[in-house]
Design a protein around this ligand. Structure first.
Ligand SMILES: [Fe+2]
Length: 257
């Protein structure tokens, strides 16, 4: 066994508990545990051996370790208003040496560090050329993206969206966001103006997944329909756009899975 997961999870929970009771901390704690499971599912689907699967799971567990200090200090998930949470995570793990609470050997330090650093970039850095490292970057990116559906369904839209919610059912959608999503591209976040835009941005994550099994997880959980059904769209333009986006997303998934 490469990693003692009982110990690793215990140390992870202990680390997060120092930040006290805060719904945002809770969200990221649960997110990390689910991403760990997603990483395992993907690794098994890809046929990785036991040790390689453990490594993927560990990256899932600690990929967002920088979030807790970010929330504690800035009370936001927005990196542009605070810090890059992946860089902060790597500082905690590799400069403060927290990594040894999770894995004894330092053999995989570069791989873990690179996967964490690249998990939240729009694209994986071109500097990552090693095949094995690239594989782990792809696994964590898929596992993380898939979980946005669970976060929103389990913890509520109001805890996940970017803008202040007044009456979400009346909100408008931005043309650039609709256009990207209907063209099966991941949406350009800089055009995001409303919370509905934010929902569409998350849906568009499916167009940037690396593995068919990631789409299968989305399909098996019926995430697209459940996600879109969270809001009773009363704005005509929004309602029409959401119907189109739903149809097009489901067609895309069915064509790949
Ligand atoms: Fe993250």
């Amino acid at each position: 066994m490469l990693i003692d997961f009982d110990k690793a999870i215990e140390n992870f929970l202990k680390y997060t508990e120092q930040f006290g009771k805060n719904p945002k901390i809770d969200i990221k704690r649960k997110h990390s545990l689910r991403v760990m499971q997603n990483c395992e599912k993907i690794a098994i689907y890809l046929g990785l051996n036991k040790e390689d699967t453990e490594l993927a799971k560990l990256i899932g567990l600690i990929h967002d370790i920088g979030r807790f200090e970010q929330i504690n200090k800035y009370n936001t998930f927005l990196d542009r208003e605070s810090v890059n949470h992946a860089e902060l995570g790597n500082k905690i793990l590799f400069e403060d040496n927290k990594i040894r609470d999770f894995i004894q050997t330092n053999e995989y330090d570069y791989l873990i560090k690179t996967a964490i650093l690249n998990h939240n970039y729009r694209e994986i850095s071109k500097e990552v050329t090693d095949k094995r490292t690239l594989l782990y970057c792809k696994i964590i990116r898929d596992a993380d993206k898939i979980d946005i559906f669970s976060v929103v369904i389990n913890d509520g839209l109001e805890n996940a969206v970017v803008f202040k919610i007044d009456d979400i059912s009346k909100e408008n959608v931005s043309n650039e966001i609709i256009e990207d999503c209907l063209n099966h591209r991941s949406c350009r976040k800089e055009f995001m103006k409303t919370n509905i835009d934010c929902i569409i941005v998350w849906i568009s994550y499916i167009y940037n997944l690396n593995f068919a099994c990631s789409l299968k997880i989305i399909k098996d959980n019926n995430y697209i329909d459940r996600f879109i059904d969270l809001v009773d769209y009363k704005n005509k333009k929004t309602s029409l756009a959401m119907k189109k986006i739903q149809k097009s997303a489901n067609e895309y998934i069915n064509s790949k899975v």
